[in-house]
Design a protein around this ligand. Sequence first.
Ligand SMILES: [Zn+2]
Length: 265
Amino acid sequence: MVEDTRLVVLGSRGSIAVSGPQFVRYGGNTSSFALAVGSRVVAFIDAGTGMVSYRFHGLHLAPSLDVFLTHYHWDHIQGLSMLDAVWADDGRLVIHGPGDPRGALTAVITPPWFPVSLAEAPGVHCETIGRSTEVSGTIVTPFEVEHPQGAVGYRIDGPTRSLAIVTDHEAGTGRDRTVADAIRGVDVLVHDAQYAPSESAIRRGWGHSTWEGAVTAAETAGAGQLILTSLDPRSTDDDVDGIVEAVRHRFPDVGVAAPGLEVRL
Ligand SMILES: [Zn+2]
């Protein structure tokens, strides 16, 4: 039997985790996505607080695991120190990221910020992202986006469908062309939609997009479906419903990266 390859959303909140009755439907955990084959997680994209919730979605970790980080801001790495596989000595775990992943991560996953240093983790290897990496029949390809200190997005070409994840990107900048070239023709685009269009002027240079920027990116790429991510921690479920309603007038096939949402690849 051929097992399904899919991306499972574990967290899509930007900046900081939130909780409470206002955040039940779209979740409060920060950015993390599991690449799963059957019920096995073979890779994660981003390691925000959502990372450790994989088990609540019927998933378990494969003995060989890749983690692809978009960048090193807190909300994209805080789940890593609490992932059992990081501290286990019987598996293979490779952390891929832009620049110097080992330097960036060992600087913060160490006392006094965490009880144990990542430098002592027996099975962890860090690699600067290259052109493309093959993971269980899926090709993961990074591309640069516009974000303070630099960041990347990932295009994921699965056995039957393709997807791009652009968690933190300021649309409307000179980098849009690079992003458009990298994500052209994807079936599904998961894109930063943190701000309302009315906020774009006061948030310029902060490294995030408005939902209008996400729509333009999806239209330019020719994406079949748009999934909104990097939700503003101030946006309640009802606020997000309002954003979806506004987007739907321009891009009908729109959804939100709510925990448990799956995209077949
Ligand atoms: Zn960031």
